[in-house]
Ligand binder design. Sequence first.
Ligand code: FAD
Ligand code: DHB
Length: 389
Amino acid sequence: MRTQVGIIGAGPAGLLLSRLLALQGIDSVVLENRSRSYVEARIRAGILEQHSVDTLTEVGLGHRLHREGLEHHGIYLQYPGTRHKLDFPDLCGRTVWVYGQTEVVKDLIAAQLDGGPPLLFDVSDVTPEDVDTDSPRIRFTDADGNPQLLECDVIAGTDGFHGPSRAVVHEAGGGKVWERTYPYAWLGILADVAPSTDELIYAWHPEGFALHSMRSPTVSRLYLQVDPSEKIEDWSDDRIWDDLATRFALDGWELQTGPVTEKSILPMRSFVSSPMRRGRLFLAGDAAHIVPPTGAKGLNLAVADVTLLATALVRLLKEGRSDLVDGYSDRALARVWRCTHFSWWMTSMLHTSGDEFDAELQLSQLRRVCSSEAAARELAENYTGLPID
Ligand code: FAD
Ligand code: DHB
């Protein structure tokens, strides 16, 4: 088998890269080690920045997003006694959209299987090889158990945090990793109940952070800060709803409850791996970096990475010019660090540790963001997404 770009991983990064390249006349093959149903059912992020919506629309995937997605004009920041709306169009002229990552992935897979480049599910033993040469290869075993070799001009490692590509970059030596684990986790639920709010609520509370998000006019998505050692079996639906009601409490407002259809606990970490390239292997998305979820940057960063990478690969493969691929890692990492800072900052401002000094600093910062237009604008610009360049 031969292709121009061998893509490892059919998450949002790999699938969108394949589509961006196809629209520019560049062939690719996407290799995914899970099944289609598994990939389409994975519940993850929910907020798309303006540039992610624009990108998906430009590649012809905006129809369902614009029909079923919910455009949001701001968020509420809450601390006891106060729920303050930050109005994004007023502050920075941009909005965000609620549209689940599962829906983005379903749209990308449907387009790919409808005449797009090959997408192989259920492959195994995926190994990038010869990445320091001009003809790298991917060895893998196909769904029927046959060994295969995919010859490429370039390999994209879009295989998420646990995929094989990042280790290949680091085998060359000279790479660096930065990591921060946080002493909190999020317990997330999906519930069949209309959202109790028009905009997302990010709530600071002495008992811990809570976030009220949504997926549709009839489905709510809510999160509670919990200790990372907590076990999901110890959290009955009643206990979750009680804690959510306590943390979101506000005079004259009530949290509506409903059947919980999914619940899980997510660890929180920041992780950045540099460089995002070795020879003809390029990393994008969670393969190179992880942010804590506060601020909803993970999926949007994956979109931003592959937007840059696609432009750079088109220049290399169509014009034979390497300037953009040579600059890819530094340009992508500049945005990665901006989002890493923003996610760390939102996380640090909103999650309680039991330390009374920290709590006063957090409340002071929250009052500042809710009273200073300059401070609010800084949050709004980062939340809605800075320009890709
Ligand atoms: P992924 O979506 O991880 O895709 C990588 C793909 O590669 C997967 O399909 C995987 O199966 C495949 N793969 C892995 N190994 C191999 C291999 N050996 N061979 C072939 N294929 C392989 N972000 C937010 O902004 N908000 C959130 O609320 C949020 N919640 C999250 C909850 C969870 C549980 C997780 C894990 C992440 C969450 N994120 C969230 C982060 C966001 O979902 C990711 O940033 C986003 O999925 C990154 O996309 P990606 O394509 O880079 O990686
Ligand atoms: C969602 C996740 C986030 O991390 C966030 O900051 C906002 C919303 C969500 O899953 O809806």
